[in-house]
Design a protein around this ligand. Structure first.
Ligand SMILES: [Zn+2]
Length: 439
């Protein structure tokens, strides 16, 4: 139930539950208690001082956790079971309609417990508008860090491909995030920052859901990536590289990229370089998992895309397990929009299914991602002084990680957006329960 939508919580709040995970520790604390006032955490643990006028939420047999973070979403994009219709929609719909279509995506993501996302690819500044609308309280959704345009090479994964030459009237250029050469890389970063980018996203290799490229081909030169990362860091922005193939990934790692996304075909050398440099790995297991499920159920993807998806699916699990063995820092990101929005938390089960410890998976979506986003002083852990982003899941998620898919309480900035334990509350829908529900 939406108990206080967009209205600041007035009195201090005390959250009580059987357990608490602070986002960092090696064990759960029993019982769990968090005290909140004016959007921030005032104290954590049963010893915390409770203001006399505080309102108490008794959540019972549940675990309190920091609000989850998803470092790889596309909230302005939609999954559709019909590839051709999806392409037509993006060509036919006005930008205003596509932006309004995204509003429910933000809502289901927040209500699924994701209080912060890094949105790493959008069109027509929709991400900037959505971020600003959340910030000003016009719509509800996660706190968004946006990239404006993902930056890549002509004909690459970040370009618009698959259409005849001249159809759009002009060739794409740095104003669209399409670059050729280090100077254009710098220009594209500057343009993205000028128009609102919180983070710089680049496509260092081909991709699965693009028409004109091989999935593992390197798509930017070392010099282009060096310029891009250097310029982004100079402007105080973190960088993320979409990279499936090892050659492009290594160029991005050498350039000083902050995170490698997907990484389907990373080889031993790439993973060792990441380990040595502390480059974060965002595996987005949800994307190949969902594509695999849909291909099995007969969903249509163009043949070249289906073939690329099958190759990535076959390789990614092994890459993830090797990264885990080596101790590469693994964060949490899902590629939301490849699958229906709101199911983000299934990534936890995919991570633990491949051998990650439940506490490490929970840390990935909290303190590890907060650090990757450069927001460790504000979010990612339940500590005094941090923003009051708190979620609760039923039972003990370290015994059953799928509890994260049944979030029952969501607070962001001290405002309660969901409380299924409130008397008479009906649980809000958190996700499309069928593929078509996401359309
Ligand atoms: Zn993506």
């Amino acid at each position: 139930m939406l108990t206080a939508m967009c209205v600041p919580a007035e009195p201090p709040i005390v959250l009580k539950a059987a357990r608490l995970f602070d986002g960092k520790a090696n064990a759960l604390v029993r019982p769990g208690m968090v005290v909140i006032a004016e959007g921030k955490i005032l104290g954590v643990g049963t010893g915390a001082a409770v203001p006399p006028d505080a309102v108490t939420y008794e959540l019972g047999d549940a675990t309190l956790l920091p609000g989850f973070i998803d470092a790889h979403t596309h909230l302005s994009m939609q999954y559709t079971d019909d590839w051709n219709q999806g392409e037509l929609d993006t060509l036919q719909k006005p930008v205003s309609e596509m932006t309004l279509d995204a509003v429910p995506n933000l809502r289901v993501t927040l209500l699924a417990g994701f209080t912060t996302v890094r949105d790493v690819g959008s069109e027509d500044y929709m991400d900037v508008g959505l971020r600003n609308a959340v910030r000003s309280g016009k719509i509800i959704g996660p706190r968004m860090l946006v990239c404006v345009h993902a930056i890549g090479a002509t004909g690459g994964h970040c370009d618009t491909t698959g259409f005849r030459a001249g159809l759009f009237g002009r060739e794409t250029d740095p104003t669209d995030g399409v670059i050729n050469g280090p100077d254009e890389a710098r220009r594209a970063v500057r343009l993205a920052v000028k128009y609102g980018a919180d983070v710089i996203k680049t496509c260092a290799t081909g991709g699965v859901l693009s028409m004109a490229d091989a999935v593992d081909s390197p798509q930017l030169t070392q010099e282009e990536l060096n310029a891009l990362v250097d310029e982004a860091h100079a402007l105080g922005r973190k960088t993320a590289a979409h990279a499936h193939g090892a050659t492009g990934a290594k160029r991005a790692i050498r350039a000083g990229i902050d995170s490698i996304e997907h990484g389907s075909f990373l080889d031993e050398e790439a993973l060792q370089m990441m380990k040595a440099r502390g480059t974060r790995y965002i595996p987005t297991l949800m994307a190949p998992w969902w594509l695999g499920e849909r291909l099995e159920h007969g969903a249509y993807y163009p043949p070249q895309i289906a073939a690329k998806a099958r190759a990535a699916i076959a390789s990614l699990n092994h890459t993830f397990q090797r990264a885990l063995e080596l101790g590469v820092i693994i964060g949490f990101g899902t590629d939301a929009a490849v699958y229906p929005h709101g199911r983000n938390a299934h990534e936890f089960a995919l991570m633990t299914g491949l051998g990650m410890k439940p506490l490490d998976a929970l840390r990935a979506a909290t303190s590890v991602d907060a650090d990757l986003l450069g927001m460790a002083s504000q979010i990612g852990s339940l500590e005094k002084g941090k923003l009051a982003d708190v979620v609760a899941v039923p039972g003990d998620p370290t015994n059953d990680i799928t509890a994260t898919e049944r979030v029952l309480f969501v607070m962001k900035d001290g405002v309660v957006y969901r409380n299924d334990r409130a008397p008479g509350s009906a649980a809000p829908a958190t996700a499309g329960t069928t593929a078509s529900a996401a359309r």
